[in-house]
Design a protein around this ligand. Structure first.
Ligand SMILES: [Zn+2]
Length: 417
C-alpha cells in the first residue's frame, strides 16, 4: 500500500476528491473503505457534484457515472448529498433513483436568474432554406456589431442543431465585417468574433485558452463580442460579462436551455435570452415536450413556465417590463428582423454594385466597399432613408438619395411580382 493510502486508512485526511472512474470498482480503495476505520469509526459523507451528469453521461461516455450508486453499498450509513445547478423536478427524481436515495429531501432555488429577460421568437422555416433560416438571426447581429463596435453586448449564439452552422456563421462574419472583424492586430487575440466547438475542448490548446481569456476580461478591454458556439462552451468556465444568449433552435432539454441561458447576467447587469425556433426545430424527436411547449406557448409567462419545470409554482416576482415577451411583447422588438428573400437580396446587390461600378472616381468604392454592401442588403428598408447612408458610410447627399431611390424602386417592384 502506498503512503497516501496508508494516510487515508489512518484517518489523516478529512476530504477525498475523486473522479468517478477513480473510486468505482477500484480494488485498493474498496478495501480501504471496508476497513475498520471507515466502517466503524469515521463519520462519512458522500457528495456528488454536477449530479445532472448522471443523467447525461454513462452509456457511451464515462460509464462510471452510471455506477456511482455502488458507493452506497460501501458506506451503508453515510449521508449522501447530490448537487446540481440545474435539475428539473423530474431530473431530481431520476438522479435520486439512480443513486438509490429512497428517503431524500430536495432543497432548491429557481435557476431562472431575475436579471435575465426571456424572449422566444419564430425564425423562417428550415424546410425552405436552412441557410436563410440561420442568416435571419445571424446577419442582424453582425450589422449591429458593425454599427456599435465596442458597445456591442457580449453575446453567445448557441447552435442546437448541426455544428456546420457555427462555421457558416463565422465565415459570414469574416465576409461582412471585413477589416472590422479585428480590433487592432489581425489575429485571434484581437478577433471580435470567434467560433467555439467541441474540437477546441479536445485540443485544449492555445485557441481555447485565448478565447476564454478574452471572454472573461472586462468587456471594455476585450475585443471579443460575439461567440458562435455549440454546447461545448461554458462547462466549467466563469463567463462573467455575457449579457445576451441567443439560441438558434431550442436545446433538447429544459435543463440544458436554462444552463446555457444562465451564462448571461452573472455580473448582475440586466441581460436577455432570445430563443428562435421554427416548426422543424420543434418537430425534432430529441427535443423534449417541455421545450416544445416553451416554444409554442403564447399565453403563460415564460419565467413561470421555466420555474414550474423546476418545481416552483410561484408567480413571477420580476417587473413585467423586463420579465419576458409574454409579459411585455415590446421585448420582442429588435429581435424580429424583417426577412429579405435571397432573390431580392441578389437583385439589390447587382443594382448597388452596378451603381458603384459606374463611378470612375473611386469615391464610392472607398466609401462603400463590396464587403459592406451586405449590410445594406440585410436591412434594405432602413436604407430607403438617405440619411442612413450618410450616417453609416459618410456618403454625400446626392449619392445617398440616388442609392435610397434604387432600393425603394427595386423593393416596390419585388413586392408587386
Ligand atoms: Zn413573464
Amino acid at each position: 500500500m502506498c503512503s497516501e493510502h496508508q494516510k487515508l486508512i489512518d484517518g489523516q485526511y478529512s476530504f477525498v476528491f475523486a473522479h468517478p472512474e477513480q473510486v468505482i470498482d477500484n480494488k485498493t480503495l474498496n478495501d480501504i473503505w471496508l476497513s475498520e476505520y471507515f466502517q466503524h469509526q469515521a463519520k462519512t459523507f458522500i457528495v456528488i457534484d454536477e449530479a445532472h451528469c448522471i443523467l447525461d453521461w454513462g452509456l457511451n461516455f464515462r460509464p462510471a457515472f452510471q455506477n456511482l450508486f455502488k458507493l452506497r453499498a460501501l458506506f451503508s450509513n453515510a449521508n449522501l448529498l447530490a448537487l446540481s445547478a440545474t435539475l428539473s423536478c423530474d431530473g431530481q427524481h431520476q438522479v435520486a433513483k439512480k443513486l438509490g436515495m429512497k428517503d431524500y429531501k430536495s432543497v432548491a432555488a429557481s435557476p431562472a436568474r431575475e436579471n435575465i429577460s426571456f424572449v422566444v421568437c419564430k425564425r423562417p422555416p428550415t424546410a425552405a432554406s436552412a441557410r436563410n433560416s440561420v442568416e435571419y438571426v445571424v446577419e442582424p447581429l453582425l450589422v449591429e456589431l458593425l454599427r456599435s463596435g465596442q458597445e456591442f453586448p457580449l453575446t453567445i449564439v448557441y447552435f442546437s442543431g448541426s455544428m456546420v452552422w457555427v462555421g457558416v456563421s463565422y465565415e459570414m462574419a469574416v465576409r461582412m465585417l471585413g477589416e472590422k472583424f479585428y480590433s487592432g492586430g489581425q489575429d485571434l487575440q484581437h478577433a471580435r468574433v470567434v467560433q467555439y466547438h467541441s474540437s477546441l475542448e479536445k485540443e485544449g490548446g492555445e485557441v481555447k485558452k485565448t478565447i476564454l481569456e478574452n471572454l472573461t476580461k472586462d468587456p471594455e478591454e476585450s475585443p471579443l463580442k460575439l461567440i458562435f458556439a455549440t454546447v461545448a462552451l461554458g462547462m466549467g468556465a466563469d463567463l462573467r460579462h455575457v449579457t445576451r444568449v441567443v439560441h438558434i433552435g431550442p436545446p433538447k432539454q429544459l435543463e440544458a436551455y436554462i444552463q446555457q441561458v444562465g451564462r448571461a447576467g452573472r455580473s448582475g447587469k440586466q441581460s436577455v435570452a432570445v430563443m428562435y425556433y421554427n416548426n422543424s426545430d420543434v418537430g425534432r424527436p430529441e427535443v423534449s415536450q417541455e421545450m416544445k411547449q416553451l416554444c409554442r406557448n403564447t399565453s403563460e409567462c415564460r419565467r413561470v413556465f421555466v420555474n414550474k419545470g423546476f418545481g416552483f409554482e410561484t408567480a413571477s416576482t420580476v417587473s413585467s417590463e423586463v420579465c419576458c415577451d409574454i409579459c411585455n411583447p415590446e421585448l420582442m422588438q429588435g429581435h424580429l428582423p424583417s426577412f429579405t428573400s435571397p432573390e431580392l437580396k441578389g437583385t439589390l446587390r447587382n443594382a448597388i454594385l452596378d451603381y458603384i461600378g459606374r463611378d470612375s472616381t473611386n469615391y464610392l468604392q472607398e466609401k462603400l466597399p463590396v464587403s459592406r454592401v451586405q449590410q445594406v442588403l440585410c436591412s434594405p428598408n432602413t436604407f430607403k432613408n438617405p440619411d442612413v447612408f450618410i450616417q453609416e458610410f459618410g456618403l454625400s447627399q446626392n449619392v445617398a438619395i440616388s442609392l435610397s431611390h434604387i432600393i425603394e424602386e427595386i423593393t416596390k417592384l419585388h413586392i408587386q411580382q
